[in-house]
Write a protein that binds this ligand. Structure first.
Ligand SMILES: [Zn+2]
Ligand SMILES: [Zn+2]
Length: 345
């Protein structure tokens, strides 16, 4: 079969490799029908993720069809259409027992990291009973690819950890796919204002269509002053950080109203300066996290009912075999006006 293989920093190839085989009775082999590229894959290609070693097939998102089923897997059979979670969960370790699947002792984020991933014609999914979700018949499979990672990430780590409530003023810093996923799912809770902050004018235009009430372009003056002006000097109830650099964290910690929540979603590679000398008296809280995907069943229902339409995040489509072209487009997202790219087999 063909797969997108990581060859070391800045090197990858779509090439022939051996088909995956069942290695444990709890495994399932899935034939991929749709997958996508994540910002994390770009971090890996920069050499930022040392757990990914040359020879690894990338990708941790996708949907497909069950081809082979291990002897211990009871809830899936050959031919079942399935959604692959970016988080592998054994379902029985102490962290899985408290729904901290991100920290599963036998899984967590392993796909496209420490084991071969989904940017491939076939993939082995360990602990399949807890790591795959059956796709309801008639569902839009492209929409469900957004449920592998970005929608639960924006929802769980941004919206739920940020405790977005009716009437809240929410600022989201970073209008990439995960920031947009937070923007879409924050609307479950009817916040009064959703302020989107980014450097890219095109993404901010898209954010308005997705429900942002206000947009602020970083670079057109001081973003912090602009948020203060929009909120009568008070600041926001929730600031969601969806970039992962010191400058964007700094905006978030500078716009908090008393009692506010700062939900960090971004993947940080450098330390940030935490201004505790200003924050200690403000009754604020700061949360962090890696997605648990425990809300995936709930999000599946909201997509099925039409309360959110994640296909709006898809800007480009390619055949799976053209994945290297897709990387070019996704890697130049601002120039290409790209949010999510879909690859279909
Ligand atoms: Zn991802
Ligand atoms: Zn576990």
């Amino acid at each position: 079969m063909k797969a997108l293989v990581y060859k070391g920093p800045a090197q990858k190839a779509w090439e022939e490799i051996a088909d995956p085989v069942l290695e444990a009775p709890t495994d399932v082999i899935v034939r991929i029908t749709h997958t996508t590229i994540c910002g994390t894959d770009l971090h890996i290609l920069k050499g930022d993720v040392p757990t990914v070693t040359p020879g690894r097939v990338l990708g941790h998102e996708g949907v497909g069809v069950v081809e082979e089923v291990g002897a211990a897997v009871r809830n899936f059979k050959r031919g079942d259409p399935v959604l692959i979670s970016c988080i592998t969960a054994c379902g029985s370790c102490p962290n899985c027992k408290r729904q901290m699947y991100a920290h599963c002792e036998n899984g967590g984020w392993i796909l496209g990291n420490t084991i071969n991933g989904t940017q491939s014609e076939r993939v082995r999914i360990p602990h399949a009973e807890h790591s795959l979700y059956r796709i309801p018949s008639g569902a839009n499979e492209e929409a469900l690819v957004m449920l592998s990672d970005i929608l639960p990430t924006g929802f769980e780590i941004g919206v739920l950890y940020g405790q977005v409530k009716p009437g809240d003023t929410v600022a989201i810093v970073g209008a990439g796919p995960v920031g947009m996923a937070a923007l879409l799912t924050a609307q479950f809770y009817s916040p009064a204002r959703l302020i989107m902050i980014d450097m890219d004018a095109n993404r901010l235009e898209v954010a308005k269509k997705f429900g942002a009430t206000d947009v602020i372009r970083v670079g057109d003056g001081d973003a912090v002053q602009k948020v203060k002006a929009l909120t009568d000097g008070l600041g926001v109830d929730v600031a969601i950080e969806a970039v992962g650099i010191p400058a964007t964290f700094d905006i978030c910690q500078s716009i908090l109203a008393p009692g506010a929540r700062l939900a960090n979603v971004g993947v940080h590679g450098k330390s940030v300066e935490l201004h505790l000398e200003n924050l200690w008296i403000q009754n604020v809280s700061i949360s962090t996290g890696l997605v648990n995907t425990n809300t995936t069943p709930l999000l599946l229902k909201t997509v099925q009912s039409g309360s959110i339409d994640p296909t709006r995040l898809i800007t480009h489509r390619f055949p799976l075999a053209k994945i290297e072209e897709a990387y070019e487009v996704f890697g130049n997202a601002a120039r290409e006006k790209a949010l999510k790219v879909i690859l279909s087999a």
